[in-house]
Design a protein around this ligand. Sequence first.
Ligand SMILES: *[C@@H]1O[C@H](CO)[C@@H](O)[C@H](O)[C@H]1NC(C)=O
Ligand SMILES: *[C@@H]1O[C@H](CO)[C@@H](O)[C@H](O)[C@H]1NC(C)=O
Ligand SMILES: *[C@@H]1O[C@H](CO)[C@@H](O)[C@H](O)[C@H]1NC(C)=O
Length: 467
Amino acid sequence: MAAAIFSLFIFFISLFIIQTTSSSSSSLPGLQILHAERQIDLSSHIVRVYLTLKVENIEDAPASKVLLAFTPTQFDHLSLVKAAITFGKKKKKSYVPLEVSPTELPNSPNETKYYAISLVKPLAKGETTTLEILYILTHSLEPFPVEISQSESQLVYYHDSAVILSPYHIKQQATIVQIPSNKVESFTQVEPAQRSGSDLRYGPYEERSPYSNSPIVIHFENNHPFAVVEELEREIEISHWGTVQVTEHYKLANAGAKHKGVFSRVEYQSKPTASGVSSFKHLLAELPPRVHSVYYRDDIGNISSSRLRTNSKKSELLIEPRYPLFGGWKATFVIGYAVPLQDFLFESAAGARYLNFSFGCPFADTVVDKLTVKVVLPEGSKDPSVKVSFPVEQSLKTKYSYLDIVGRTVVVLEKKNVAPEHNVPFQVHYKFNPIFMLAEPLMLVSAFFLFFVTSLVYLHIDLSLRK
Ligand SMILES: *[C@@H]1O[C@H](CO)[C@@H](O)[C@H](O)[C@H]1NC(C)=O
Ligand SMILES: *[C@@H]1O[C@H](CO)[C@@H](O)[C@H](O)[C@H]1NC(C)=O
Ligand SMILES: *[C@@H]1O[C@H](CO)[C@@H](O)[C@H](O)[C@H]1NC(C)=O
């Protein structure tokens, strides 16, 4: 009996909790969007969305944050979110970048996820501001059919909403979707919606309440090679003796529609415009100028079919895997190169130095699912710190190579969903005592000395035996 009463009690308590939580789920008061323009660029395999929002504060309390809403699926595939505030018009327009970070709201409807844009100056009641936002999604085009033969084109699906997902009321909005060609199989109509060439235009839509949603599916041709590096490990080793040595391990895949049937090299080579249009046979990496000792090898051995072109601004490395990469196919390879130390290592104060190097993948137009950047500091370096303009996971390790006494500090940076936009400079600062410069030569000298002494002793013994 007591147990029954107790469970009834629990039941009412939980009912009460459900009641209160569901009633407190609400739209976000404070702001409204007067005008929103969205441009969705689907011309490659990386989805880039440009948003322009004219935001107004309609409440008494000043507003210092503007929220962007994403579905859980979009959130998982988000690679980058950038925002800037604009001043002036047309040619006199200027941009001030704003801080953006993921944030959570209690009881968000349909598990909506958020990013918060922090305004430099809070918005007072009745004030408006214009924000420009860019966000990038990876793995958001779904090949359909999932398998194609060598002579077929690649078709993909893109899912989104005709109206912008937002926690705010939007008075007026429009969306333009850019498709790589005018080959559109189908697209969801949400009046008014129309197609002109390779553009689909949705809207204008007026007075949409918070969290309005109007699902759309677009099915279109996209023969862009879906170059995805599933795993990339870059090791950047600093030697104060004059070079920065870079070694990069790639696990590359074509994430497009899977290749069906047998591969015909004859067909591939005789009809390059109609055969394997979504495959890739070479890749172009942009390396720093003054690069030297470049090599490229795969599991079998060194590959000579790579070309290096250098000029004063950059070097271009064109590599050709042993076979063209069709949908679903993979290639594993390593490239290595060295660059002069003075181009990348600088002194910031007495005894303090920093490396300034590029973060992302040097291959054009490539997504990296998991990137690890390891910066191997010279022996005797202390207090490393990293400056990078987006969130990364950081840790430290120690690496021993020959002639090392105390080992080298390795700064390990990890990031998922990396886009070409992440290929920007980052810095690793550290302290270094020049006395350590002597450590290696001293080790060498003592090694030679030891060798000399041992041989001497040996010879001596040997001689004494012969006597
Ligand atoms: C939640 O998702 C469902 C199904 O997609 C949709 O019908 C509903 O309107 C959404 N609710 C909100 C508040 O967005
Ligand atoms: C490949 O080239 C690298 C660097 O030039 C060299 O160290 C390595 O021994 C070569 N490997 C093979 C299998 O030829
Ligand atoms: C890092 O290098 C880039 C050019 O590669 C340069 O524009 C930037 O100012 C450098 N940053 C620092 C902190 O030295």
